[in-house]
Design a binder for this molecule. Sequence first.
Ligand code: NDP
Ligand code: X2W
Length: 351
Amino acid sequence: MAQNSNGKIQVAVLGASGYSGAEALRLLLSHPHVRIQALTADRKAGAPIGEVFPQLDGYGLPMLQRIEELDWDQIDTVFCALPHGTTQDVVAALPDKVKVVDLSADFRLRDIDAYATWYGHPHRAPDLQEQAVYGLTEFARTAIANTRLVACPGCYPTSALLPLLPVLEKKVIRTDDVIIDSKSGVSGAGRALKEGSLYAEVAEGIHAYGIASHRHGPEIEQELSGAAGLAMTVTFTPHLMPMNRGILSTIYVKLADGADVEDLRAALAERYADEPFVRLLPQGQAPQTRHVRGSNNASIGIFADRAPGRAMLICAIDNLVKGAAGQAVQNFNVLHGLPETTGLSLAPMFP
Ligand SMILES: NC(=O)C1=CN([C@@H]2O[C@H](COP(=O)(O)OP(=O)(O)OC[C@H]3O[C@@H](n4cnc5c(N)ncnc54)[C@H](OP(=O)(O)O)[C@@H]3O)[C@@H](O)[C@H]2O)C=CC1
Ligand SMILES: CC(=O)N[C@@H](CCC(=O)OP(=O)(O)O)C(=O)O
């Protein structure tokens, strides 16, 4: 392990001039076992990080460099917060000794053909894809501890899988009738300039997008199918909300024959009893994005529907924390055998 004289793990954040890279820096600055050795950017390479993100000025962080300029002898682990499609070429060129915590979608889909269908090009590093572990931490600790490459889940999938996996494992819901209605803050689209992220396009309104065609649909189905033991297809509709951070997913399910909503509560309570970041809310309390903002927490609420045999699971996360950089740090901790909450004990910001 590349450690400096203080015994710290030396990390590079690739894509540090983006939203999730910056969020990784915010968290890593208070991580006691990390030294932030290098930062990269593309268009903004050569600039001090404090010029790109004034809120990160004054913390002694390195300059933004191009990836090709990094000295890999000095780096043990990379947090890779690059656009999907770019990441696989970058990771394929890294020395084998470098561990990778990837925030992008490049290594999440195990089926190479599904990747080509949903991402519009054949995968260029299929061997690496085979080694990658899908890093929904609460469900993959042993595998994460034994890999070199962790593919952190997408933000929408994290908010859908945390409530759904335990109830599927316990077989208390039907597998043929799952509807995931998700709402995201605009930071989910990243910092790069896009017409659809302009203030006038987002403020004072909400809209659905990627209807029956969003690339997180197959990612969610991959993991649900694994838990259910059969191929599942779900209805997944993302919406863009006029807020900076947060994802709220309201999930409509049909109860299995003989099951009631208390069985859902019992399945989730049992699965998450000892989990530091997943909070099951008291009966009747609905999760809110403002109650998880800035934290690695996921809040889950369970509600019986008035329609017989139906229930709702509602999950709130911060897309940049449990949906991206926070889960990445959680996976980094597992990868290095550190206590999982290290660097992640910040309580939510409120209001
Ligand atoms: N935002 C979110 O909520 C989440 C994001 N993710 C994933 O994390 C990754 C980063 O997302 P996000 O932070 O939102 O994106 P941003 O657009 O905000 O940042 C992208 C970063 O990658 C750099 N970059 C862009 N193109 C290249 C390239 N060709 N070579 C090297 N570096 C490049 C950019 O540099 P420069 O600024 O100089 O152009 C910037 O630092 C994506 O894969 C995204 O899907 C995952 C979960 C949630
Ligand atoms: C609001 C918004 O635009 N969200 C992004 C998904 C967020 C994300 O970053 O997902 P990946 O990690 O899979 O890229 C989208 O819909 O494409």
